[in-house]
Design a protein around this ligand. Structure first.
Ligand SMILES: [Cu+2]
Length: 475
């Protein structure tokens, strides 16, 4: 009698344990749906259905040439035709039927390792796909969070370095808290034979990749993906959420937005929420979700705070916030007083290794374009359009076109104090850049020949005739 009771109690205990273990994987699947995928910087809409479903995700690998910066082409290998690949959004508990297609024009086989998969290789072996083929496998999204996916075909490093990564969000059962805007931003490091900004087609450089010395570090696959007309829009008073990934293959990102504080950070894309954060680490092959309210208008600058990557390798994006000022939250400049400790200082941003001499106008413009990319684009932007309120435009600039000597002096000696360019006010400081007369001639000839400017030719002699205001600091 006693023995029987014990057995019954024990077996009941077993059954209830088993139920607990199975809970995660046993939520009921109803019907099926085709997943909405989006290209960066967009994110698919929140999932509103209350039940779990069989979700069909169909992703196509495409190898294609595209600009990594102005005038520089690179062969990217992509999931869905973009770097990073299409954003995938599923619900915790969904059953995902994954179709990986490799376009017939591909030269390589590819596969996919999704960090959201519980199973060997994250799906890598099951999804190995030759050009002109399609592989199918399925998995259950049992852990919520923001996960990286990437190609894991040998040489793995090279497939990732060519842009084969993206993000999959496994939305919690109860959904994400509502925000006004969601965007998709993913960092990656790139390795090209030519140095940063070297014009023309640039192939992958395995040696630089192994040495972990990237030529480019960019958001969303190009120095221009989130600048100029690609800046992410927002309005004063809105809440913005960024789903951030880091494809690597090598670098860890010190993710930061200049002029904002993250209200909430989902550390490493998981459940832990940290508050009031300035800079958050995003490991290679890792992610983070940040959200913040934008309170004042202006440009917020998305950077990797390992800051040479931003100003010299391309890791720069913009969030353009429009709306009314709030002088209490941010006053803007309220005074500009003279401060002159003995000597003064000249800031040398660029040490010129060697003066390249131009013999033709074409040479001069080409050399000038390189100098522009290296020494001017960080502030005046690759498209010459500048940044409202901070850096004046060089594109169709009335200030520039009116007076060549004055423009030479700006580059030679720096420029500060109030100026009006194309009807807009600027009052900031451009440092003297320490360029040689030859380089000044080249860069200004390039600028004058670009973006609807007056086409003037500046010679080294013209540049030499403009006085250097700080001879002690020049060379
Ligand atoms: Cu691949």
């Amino acid at each position: 009698m006693k023995k029987y009771t014990l057995i019954i109690i024990l077996s009941l205990f077993f059954i209830s344990c088993k139920k607990d273990v199975n809970e995660k994987s046993s939520s009921e699947i109803k019907g099926q749906e085709v997943a909405v995928l989006t290209a960066p910087p967009m994110v698919p809409p929140p999932i509103t259905r209350k039940h779990n479903t069989k979700l069909i995700v169909s992703l196509e690998v495409i190898e294609k040439k595209a600009p990594i910066t102005d005038g520089v082409d690179y062969t990217f290998w992509t999931f869905g035709g973009t770097v990073p690949g299409s954003f995938i959004r599923v619900k915790e508990g969904d059953l995902i039927e994954f179709h990986l297609k490799n376009h017939p024009s591909s030269k390589m086989p590819h596969n996919i390792d999704l960090h959201a998969v519980t199973g060997p290789g994250g799906g890598a072996a099951a999804s190995f796909t030759l050009p002109g083929h399609e592989s199918v496998f399925s998995f259950k999204a049992i852990n919520r969070g923001l996960y990286v996916y990437h190609c894991a075909t040998a040489p793995v490093g090279m497939h990732i370095a060519n842009g084969m990564y993206g993000l999959i969000l496994v939305e919690p059962k109860e959904g994400m808290p509502k925000v006004d805007r969601e965007y998709y931003v993913m960092q990656g490091d790139f390795y090209t034979k030519g140095k940063y900004g070297k014009q023309g087609y640039q192939p992958f450089d395995m040696e630089k990749a192994i040495d972990e010395k990237p030529t480019y570090v960019v958001f969303n696959g190009s120095t221009n993906a989130l600048t100029g007309e690609n800046a992410l829009p927002a309005k004063v008073g809105e809440t913005v959420r960024l789903y951030v990934g880091n494809g690597g293959p090598n670098l860890v990102s010190s993710f930061h937005v200049i002029g904002e504080i993250f209200d909430n950070v989902h550390v490493e894309g998981g459940d832990l929420i940290n508050k009031n954060i300035q800079t958050t680490l995003v490991p290679a092959g890792g992610s983070v979700i940040v959200d913040f309210k934008v309170e004042v208008p202006g440009n917020l600058v998305i950077v990797d705070h390992s800051i040479f990557r931003t100003f010299n390798k391309g890791a720069l994006g913009l969030i353009k916030v429009e709306g009314d000022d709030d002088k209490i939250i941010y006053s803007g400049k309220t005074a500009d007083n003279v401060y002159l400790p003995e000597g003064g200082a000249i800031q040398k941003i660029n040490d010129v290794e060697k003066v390249a001499l131009a013999t033709t106008l074409e040479d001069r413009i080409n050399l000038g374009r390189n100098i522009y990319t290296q020494s001017c684009a960080a502030c005046h932007q690759h498209d010459g359009k500048g940044v409202d309120g901070a850096f004046p435009p060089l594109a169709s600039s009335d200030w520039l076109n009116k007076d060549m000597k004055r423009a030479i002096s700006a580059v030679k000696n720096g420029l500060s104090g109030p100026i009006v360019v194309n009807g807009k006010n600027f009052n900031s400081v451009m440092p003297a850049l320490g360029l040689s007369d030859e380089d000044i001639a080249n860069v200004l000839t390039f600028v004058y020949s670009s973006w609807g400017n007056a086409g003037k030719i500046v010679t080294p002699k013209d540049a030499a005739e403009v006085k250097s205001e700080n001879p002690a600091g020049g060379h």
